[in-house]
Design a protein around this ligand. Structure first.
Ligand code: ATP
Ligand code: LTN
Length: 334
């Protein structure tokens, strides 16, 4: 029996991933490699929407690949590649843009937030067309499931709508994908502002747990996490967003449930709890950081992995694109 297919992507928008990227997405990627036919990409074209410095982009892209490998992505059990190396992504994105309504794209919250923040004259068109490129990423591979964090739900919905629209207009071509979004860990919050999501391109790094940061720095950030004035370690998102976020993190990394953890820290204060969270995080990330640095020391090995990945990905992507071009009436080369 053929395995169901998954596809997901992560942007190289910073040198290091943050803990939310791991708990919300990459942890599931690692698990799904065994049971699914998995395609994972570093979406460097998407990262262009934040106008990175070229040297930084190149460095962050390789660091992203090394981190994925260090976190357990295994090129023997999945296809790992760079989005920009498989040209079909841009080609299908254009077709998706011609299928998306202007109003529909204008209603995407990511576009609304970013354009409001910097103003309509400064926001680039790439932020507007971002979701159509993401739809192309997914649909090229006929993915059944897309493991992502909660913040990507709207993008997955649009992808499903576009796939269904294409199928009804031109005949069944695309698999309609489903989001694979877990309940626990799907949204990790900023340590300094526990009502906003932790994000690797945040303005201030003080609320981020960065995978590649030093143990000292991550410990300090966790110990200074914003919490409420109470004393009780209890999961209550409305009353205690900061403590609830730390409970989610502690539970995900220690394997203990949230209620077990509440009992463990019954009668102890926030200080003891924060120290325990810091210890679990630091011990979990220590080998990942070391392995990432080791992998970055061997760029030839990384580029060989990416070349194999690009070839495997392109074999699938080119087949879908050829079918799409045929269906929409473009003439193939003789
Ligand atoms: P940026 O700030 O540049 O958008 P990001 O940290 O939000 O970066 P992405 O590359 O956009 O990360 O997302 C990669 C994956 O990580 C996505 O599946 C996304 O849903 C997930 N993710 C990102 N932040 C969180 C978070 N705070 N909690 C859970 N999942 C998250
Ligand atoms: N928009 C996503 C990154 C992304 C993605 C994808 C995720 C680009 N293409 C395809 C899943 C499938 C984000 O995390 N910000």
């Amino acid at each position: 029996m053929t395995k169901p297919r998954v596809l997901s992507g992560i942007q190289p928008t910073n040198g290091s991933f943050q803990l939310g990227n791991y708990l919300g997405a990459v942890k599931q990627w690692v698990e799904l490699q065994q049971s699914h036919d998995a395609f994972y990409c570093v979406v460097d074209l998407h990262a262009l929407t934040s106008s990175p410095d070229p040297k930084e982009l190149r460095k962050n892209t390789l660091t992203s690949v090394a981190q994925l490998l260090a976190l357990g992505i295994d090129p023997e059990h999945c296809t790992l590649f760079l989005q920009s190396q498989v040209y079909e992504h841009n080609q299908l994105a254009w077709v998706m843009e011609c299928l998306t309504g202007f109003g529909e794209a204008s209603r995407m919250t990511q576009f609304k937030d970013k354009s409001q923040k910097v103003g309509n004259d400064r926001v680039v068109v790439g932020v507007f067309t971002y979701p159509m490129l993401m739809a192309a990423d997914i649909l090229l591979y006929q993915a059944d499931q897309v493991p992502v964090g909660e913040d990507q739900r709207q993008h997955i919905e649009l992808t499903r709508d576009l796939a269904a629209r294409f199928n009804s207009q031109y005949g069944k071509t695309f698999t309609i994908p489903e989001g694979y979004i877990l309940k626990a860990g799907a949204k990790i919050y900023d340590l300094q502002d526990p009502t906003s999501k932790m994000s690797k391109s945040a303005e201030s790094m003080s609320g981020l747990i960065e995978i590649l940061d030093t143990p000292e720095s991550n410990t300090k950030k966790i110990k200074s996490a914003v919490t409420d004035t109470g004393r009780e370690v209890r999961f209550d998102v409305a009353e205690k967003p900061g403590i609830s976020n730390l409970l989610t993190i502690y539970s995900a990394l220690s394997g203990k449930s949230i209620s077990e953890t509440e009992i463990e820290f019954d009668g102890k204060g926030y200080g003891d709890f924060k120290s325990a969270v810091a210890e679990v995080v630091v011990e979990y990330l220590r080998p990942v950081r070391l392995r990432t640095l080791e992998l970055l020391d061997d760029p030839t090995h990384l580029s060989a992995i990416l070349e194999t990945g690009a070839q495997k990905a392109q074999a699938v992507a080119s087949k879908t694109l050829a079918e799409v071009y045929e269906r929409i009436g473009l003439i193939s080369r003789a």
